[in-house]
Design a protein around this ligand. Structure first.
Ligand SMILES: Cc1ncc(COP(=O)(O)O)c(C=O)c1O
Length: 370
């Protein structure tokens, strides 16, 4: 049996008849940038996230960057981010001229540790970016309390958490603003690059809409310098069709995760993901912790099972951040998780047979190595 790490083709075959007509219309009208599908998607996605407004952009990275700029973050500011995330989170901070400050994560949810955030706050701190990693929300109440106390802004990095909830509140609705990625492999993925900023603060959304479009308030009248960071119409067509299925797809991911966890939790060698009691996890990724994970990864690969490492080298130890002077041991939980994690196949059309095959191979490997 072959189990790919990700299968985007199956849902695309199902979607094609629905999006084909709109694709054709947009193609022949040569209406590619902005337009009615983009506007409609912004309204529908804002509604999905339970916020008043959404500004579509061309990637999750630009969603973070433009949201930070719109909230006044810039040169000299410090922005606290978890060291265990994709580099886009911290890259976008640096691109505003601000400095990312890396902190450790919670050992249960692998999201930013509020205690570590509290210790990292300085007079230069202006913002916190909790990342809802793998599909599970960070401890937002603790973060929001700290932010209120220190007068900081909170930008949720919800790039992996479309539809996740924290104490009944949706990812993307809790901070001053939130950034989403619609990179193809995300729970809600485009057919190329796309992203969005959501917020209940209309001034932030308005500013992001200007920034994404060269700072224009009206055509060729530029209130400021901006960027070319707009979403194109073809992405909006795909995203509108997929958004209708997102809740159902997230449920399917949760069913897959439950089956994995039931099968794998029998082994003391495997740490299965834990969901904080106040969270609903949407399992963008299903990540186990296991010693000697490279060996397991090779074993699974030989058995036809695709896996991933998210992320093998923590950000504070990356060459790109060598100038910060971090060393191994600085952020022990991040480092332990990065050294032992392994992402198993996860997508809504994963079958019980495929999950059982993956679990059988993992348990077989554990047996052979004990
Ligand atoms: C946590 C996180 N933040 C930011 C990004 C950046 O999104 P994009 O790839 O759309 O720029 C990603 C996506 O890869 C992500 O997983």
């Amino acid at each position: 049996m072959k189990v790919p790490f990700l299968d985007l083709q199956t849902p695309h075959r199902e979607l094609w008849p629905e999006i084909r007509e709109e694709f054709e219309k947009a193609f022949y009208a040569a209406a590619f940038v902005g337009g009615p599908h983009v506007t409609a998607f912004e309204e529908e996605f804002a509604h999905f996230c339970g916020v008043s407004a959404c500004a579509s952009v061309n990637s999750g990275t630009d969603a973070i960057r433009l949201a930070l700029i719109a909230m006044g973050i810039g040169p000299g500011d410090e922005v606290i981010v978890p060291a265990h995330t994709f580099i886009a989170t911290s890259e976008a901070v640096s691109q505003t001229g601000a400095h990312p400050v890396f902190v450790d994560i919670d050992p249960i949810t692998y999201t930013i540790d509020p205690k570590a955030v509290a210790s990292a706050i300085t007079p230069r701190t202006k913002a916190i970016i909790p990342v809802h990693l793998y599909g599970q929300c960070a401890d937002m109440d603790a973060i929001l309390d700290l932010a209120k106390h220190h007068n900081l802004v909170v930008l949720e990095d919800a790039c992996q958490a479309h539809g996740a909830t924290y104490k009944g509140r949706l990812a993307g609705s809790m901070g001053h603003a939130a950034a989403f990625s619609f990179y193809p492999g995300k729970n809600l993925g485009a057919c190329g690059e796309a992203g969005a900023v959501t917020s209940n603060d209309l001034a932030i959304i308005q500013k992001v809409k200007m920034l994404r479009d060269h700072g224009q308030s009206q055509k060729y009248y530029h209130d400021m310098e901006g960027y070319n960071a707009r979403m194109d119409a073809l992405q909006a067509i795909v995203l509108r069709a997929k958004l209708k299925r997102l809740a159902e797809w997230n449920k399917a991911r949760q069913r897959c995760a439950q089956r994995y966890s039931e099968r794998l939790a029998v082994s003391p060698k495997i740490v299965v993901p834990k969901v904080a009691p106040h969270n609903t996890h949407v399992f963008h990724l299903y990540v186990i912790l296991v010693e000697n994970r490279e060996d397991l990864q090779t074993y699974l690969s030989d058995c036809g099972v695709g896996t991933g490492l998210h992320y093998p080298l923590p950000l504070h130890l990356q060459k790109a951040y060598a100038h910060m002077g971090h060393k191994e041991g600085d952020l022990p939980i991040t480092e332990r998780v990065a050294r032992t994690l392994l992402s198993l196949p996860m997508f809504p059309t994963l079958t019980d047979e495929q999950i059982d095959y993956v679990c059988d191979r993992i348990l077989e490997w554990v047996e052979k190595n004990s």
